[in-house]
Ligand binder design. Structure first.
Ligand SMILES: *Cc1c(COP(=O)(O)O)cnc(C)c1O
Length: 430
């Protein structure tokens, strides 16, 4: 087929005016009728609402907040390689649970098991839907029906309702708290280990720090107690030879220490898709694989494709730092940020000021990434009104309001996105 034929074909596939209009009008009128019956007295523009209904709800946005792993904005943008893998997996069929060598049924976890072992030194690995699911599955599989010991300082809330005590209850394990909020010692753990112990859980206090009179037990000592240790690292880092991320716990270290299971996120500092990764001993990973919850928290083929491609990049750490957007943004060349900020300021009539970017996603909460940002003149309407107008731009531009100014941080924009951001600013002003 020629491109012209394809175009004709696509034109023929468009729904008729009647079809489109009737379906949107029905939905809109039904919603309005319900509002009126519920007592609404406001005036609404139903045509505008119908137009909005036809736009995708999940939209591309320009992240100019300087928060690199922004959970509300979808966390990690994917590397080119991961995007290509997703497109390929989405386009046709794939050997998701099929062994090409013998034509038998295969396991979806086989696709990343090998590379996870290679990168972390673990005996086995498994990918699930997200790290919250990984922790739920790990505790259910190793300690369901038994006891789990957790330090009081680690009974944390990650956000989005993920609280360790509640997750343990859902996993069907009985929580035994040890130590105090600020200090827990090895002897506290040892004293709590009874005949019904299932596991010790260590949870990384990702998004806060306790300072001062504090003491906790390192992973090597915990593993020396002879009880299966589940180590929830949250973000975690795969490479422990990188200064910038040295404050985050390393996956390799926990594996080396002998943790039964180490859990970490696919879309925090790893820089991949939403996923949860479990690595550890063969027996512990097997227990997770065969647990009934495994099916409920399994990873889908698109995320799996992106995760495999992301992990493959880590085989060459220098290449990973360039190719993975999250790592590249954290490690951005100051000269590039300076130039991008200047161009954005010139194109928007803003000023280049000093600002602080953040990692986000509950990782490295104290790390400040200093760099330039563009402060926009808020005009008479003020900064909040300008920020709101930018959010309604096409595409939406999300900045940060700081001391009465809207700041645009070039760290979380590409060069192309920065040009696009300038157009959004000009359109919002016009
Ligand atoms: C972020 C985090 C989780 C949850 O990870 P998701 O991938 O967002 O589900 C679990 N535990 C810790 C310690 C975390 O920081």
């Amino acid at each position: 087929m020629t491109p012209r034929d394809t175009q004709k074909e696509r034109l023929r596939e468009l729904p008729s005016v009647d079809q489109l209009a009737i379906s949107v009008a029905r939905a809109e009128l039904k919603a309005r009728r319900e509002e009126l019956l519920a007592g609404a007295t406001d005036d609404v523009d139903l045509v505008h609402r119908a137009r909005e209904r036809l736009r995708p709800r999940l939209r591309r946005v320009l992240n100019a907040t300087g928060v690199v792993v922004h959970t509300n904005l979808g966390r990690a943008p994917l590397a080119v390689e991961a995007r290509a893998a997703v497109a390929k997996a989405a386009e046709g069929y794939c050997n998701l649970e099929f062994t090409l060598a013998d034509g038998r049924r295969g396991s979806r976890s086989d696709h990343v098991d090998g590379v996870l072992c290679e990168l972390t030194g673990a005996e086995a690995g498994l990918a699930v839907n997200n790290c919250a699911a990984a922790v739920l599955l790990a505790t259910a599989a190793l300690a369901g029906g038994h006891e789990t010991v957790v330090a009081r300082g680690q009974l944390i809330e990650i956000g989005g309702g993920f609280r360790i005590p509640e997750i343990l209850a859902q996993a069907g394990t009985h929580l035994i708290e040890v130590g105090t909020t600020n200090r827990t010692r090895l002897a506290d753990y040892a004293a709590a280990l009874g005949p019904d112990i299932g596991a010790i859980l260590r949870a990384h206090p990702s998004n806060f720090r306790t300072v001062g009179f504090v003491e906790d037990v390192d992973i090597e000592a915990l593993c020396s107690l002879g009880v299966p240790v589940i180590d929830d690292l949250g973000s975690g880092v795969l490479r422990d030879d990188w200064d910038l991320l040295a404050q985050e716990p390393s996956v390799r270290r926990s594996v080396r220490a002998g943790a039964a299971l180490v859990a970490f996120s696919g879309d925090k500092l790893l820089g991949g898709p939403q996923a949860g990764v479990l690595v550890g001993t063969r027996a512990a990973v097997h227990a997770c694989r065969v647990h009934p919850l495994a099916r409920a928290v399994r990873i889908d083929k698109l995320s799996l494709a992106a995760l495999e491609a992301t992990l493959a990049l880590y085989r060459d750490p220098a290449a990973a730092r360039r190719a993975l957007p999250v790592l590249a943004m954290l490690d951005a060349d100051p000269a590039v940020l300076e130039r991008r900020a200047r161009e954005l300021a010139d194109a928007t009539g803003g000023r280049v000021v000093g600002a602080v970017a953040r990692v986000g996603g509950g990782a490295l909460p104290l790390l400040e990434l200093s760099g330039p940002a563009v402060a926009l003149d808020p005009g008479v309407a003020g900064a909040d009104a300008l920020a709101a107008a930018l959010r309604l731009g096409e595409p939406a531009l999300i900045g940060r309001v700081h001391e009465g100014q809207v700041l645009l941080d070039p760290r979380t924009l590409t060069d192309g996105e920065a040009q696009c951001a300038a157009q959004v600013v000009r359109a919002a002003r016009a």
